[in-house]
Ligand binder design. Structure first.
Ligand SMILES: *Cc1c(COP(=O)(O)O)cnc(C)c1O
Length: 367
């Protein structure tokens, strides 16, 4: 059994993927070719925004979004400590300071009610993450941003396909970013990411930055990088995007079945009213995680921990955080969370096997 089964998905789209890749080999425009243009159009349409700028990874997408908003030394960016490192490391890479606000223990997302207290005259951006595929509370966060004249970046690396109050992830904030890393809900067969915005100027700046600030060939009007997305990956994503709405439904069904089977035994993931999750992960909490993980492993069931160390406790942020008070909810979650195998092609029999092994492990503990 695999944690995420990419092979079954591949078998479903193989003919189409190969045909689209062959077309790229034939036309030979490997960088920013016609498939990239077509994909950007479809991704923007799906998210309900004006512009999509595909890039080489979501790490680059974060860097490029922050650069487009002119974030640098002296600026503060409010974000969550319970996320993948890139969310905050790109802030630090630009010389700005990541200010960590504790999470809501139920959703694992930044606690919107604690953001206001973290705002200082240096604050420029609020950068929430939609962890495990569920949107942060944008009804509150958008208001805080507006009232305090702050910019908002949505880290939708785990949530493309999710929605909140019928508005799709990718459309919140001034800029939204996502990832096409293979294991994300919409993944390619390599590295990839995208930035989304309704703002013509931000879109223009992000296109410039991903291409060495080049306005016309070898004329550089601002600092940039090589952050371009490649055409073969765009061709692959066009195939996968065609089945993505169906996969999102399958994800929801499989999550609902986990909920139903696990509810008598353990707390299941909390999804806020109004949220439709992309279920990048199906994550529970355990007091004795390592013991349960080992029992599952012994039965051939892989699990994962997203994430074992919150960012305020990581060596790369110790400079800023050695004197900071504990972020208790994030630390608590880091000690307890466990993600179960989850993907759109998980069979009922595999799911039953996972649930039985987990329930057995729980009973063994309480016996
Ligand atoms: C995966 C991830 C990223 C980085 O994505 P890459 O495409 O691997 O660079 C950023 N933020 C979050 C929340 C992620 O899960």
């Amino acid at each position: 059994m695999q944690f995420i089964d990419l092979k079954t998905q591949y078998l479903r789209v193989a003919d189409d993927v190969r045909a689209r890749m062959d077309a790229v080999f034939e036309h030979g425009q490997f960088i920013l070719g016609p498939e990239v243009v077509e994909l950007e159009k479809q991704l923007a349409e799906f998210a309900g925004v004006k512009h999509c700028v595909t890039v080489a990874s979501a790490t680059d997408a974060l860097l490029i979004a922050l650069m487009a908003l002119d974030i640098g030394p002296g600026d503060e960016v409010i974000t969550t400590p319970f996320t993948f490192v890139a969310t905050a490391s790109m802030v630090k890479m630009l010389g700005a300071k990541a200010v960590f606000v504790d999470i809501d223990p139920r959703t694992y997302n930044i606690d919107a009610h604690k953001i206001a207290a973290a705002i200082t005259p240096k604050t420029k951006v609020i950068l929430p993450v939609n962890l495990y595929g569920q949107c942060a509370d944008y009804s509150i966060i958008e208001n805080i941003a507006k009232e305090n004249n702050l910019l908002l970046i949505e880290d939708a690396a785990q949530s493309y396909g999710a929605s909140q109050n019928n508005k799709r992830s990718g459309s919140f904030g001034h800029i939204s970013i996502t990832s096409f890393f293979p294991a994300k809900p919409l993944g390619c067969y390599g590295e990839g990411g995208a930035c989304f915005t309704n703002d013509d100027n931000y879109a223009d700046q992000m296109r410039l930055i991903r291409h060495h600030g080049q306005r016309s060939r070898y004329h550089h009007v601002r600092l940039g990088l090589n952050g371009r997305f490649d055409t073969l990956q765009a061709a692959i994503l066009l195939s996968k995007l065609a089945i993505f709405p169906d996969e999102l439904e399958k994800r929801a069904e499989i999550a609902a079945r986990y909920d139903q089977l696990l509810k008598p035994h353990i707390a299941t993931p909390y999804i806020s009213p109004g949220n439709f999750s992309a279920y990048a992960q199906y994550t529970i909490q355990l007091e004795d995680r390592e013991r349960v993980q080992k029992i599952l492993q012994d039965q051939g069931i892989p699990t994962a921990v997203h994430y074992p160390v919150p960012l305020h406790l990581q060596p790369i942020f110790l400079d800023e955080y050695q004197n900071v008070k504990h972020l208790q909810n994030a630390e608590n979650a880091a000690n307890k969370v466990l993600s179960l195998p989850f993907h759109p092609y998980l069979t009922h029999s595999d799911q039953d096997k996972i649930v039985n092994a987990l329930v057995g492990a729980l009973e063994f503990a309480t016996a």
